[in-house]
Write a protein that binds this ligand. Sequence first.
Ligand SMILES: C[S@@+](CC[C@H](N)C(=O)[O-])C[C@H]1O[C@@H](n2cnc3c(N)ncnc32)[C@H](O)[C@@H]1O
Length: 274
Amino acid sequence: MQAPQFEFLRDFLLRESGLVVEEHKMYLLRSRLQPLLREHGLKDLNELADAIRQRRNANLARAVVDAMTTNETLFFRDGYPFEALRERMLPDCMRHGGPVRIWSAAASTGQEAWSIAITAAEAMPGAASRVRILGTDISESALAKAREAAYTRMEVGRGMPPELLARYFDEDDRVWRVKPAIRGMVSFRHANLVAPTMPEEMRPHGPFDIVFCRNVLIYFDVDTRRNVVDNIARCMREGGWLVGGATEIPNGRRSRWEPEAFGNRNLWRLAARP
Ligand SMILES: C[S@@+](CC[C@H](N)C(=O)[O-])C[C@H]1O[C@@H](n2cnc3c(N)ncnc32)[C@H](O)[C@@H]1O
């Protein structure tokens, strides 16, 4: 791939999705974008870069971002966030009265949002009417799968305990579909965490009591991570909770996020304005 086209694609992905692609990761561009070249009759990545630069096809630009996202996820990933939800965050939020609003901010194909809904249903009588969960992602294809709420045996085998599978999914021809009562707690919409308009787009859906933003900030540089968590704060109520991946929330900087230990992990709470 020629240097100017690589630089164009690298800058395009950084600007549009926050994804950092270093030069030694060029192989990632090749392997992820190969199917798109075939689909759009393009000879190579140089032609692809030129097509995006000349804005010949808006769908192509979206498809490139989509193809470059890593959608790896599973039910009840890492365990502790869902324990913390049950034992610490939900009991705290219940004290306020009114709806509990939870945002799964890089929801991928939905497993995190359904795990949150099932945890709430198990923990709280009346969760279905009181807890509202919004899953967002930049990838339209991941969101389409999340909205379908249907998973293969292999997918439910990754993290869904058998007793919860039996209680919260209907099986039809080896496809496991989330039951309507749980489906009614969750909705999905497109949102780009690095877009400058993100807080304005998300605020009407909040203010959120709890935000899960996990295994996505790792793809961004440190400044972008800081901007994203600051922007998330603008969509939350004071005292709200943020759950990040193990090392994802940038610290060492004055901000309104205060760590709160849960076992040997940290949750983050939004302090009141000084
Ligand atoms: C590895 S998955 C993590 C899914 C889930 N949070 C988990 O921990 O299992 C990362 C997700 O972040 C999404 N993503 C990447 N960049 C994004 C952005 N700028 N805005 C919103 N979502 C983004 C990807 O599409 C992908 O679905």
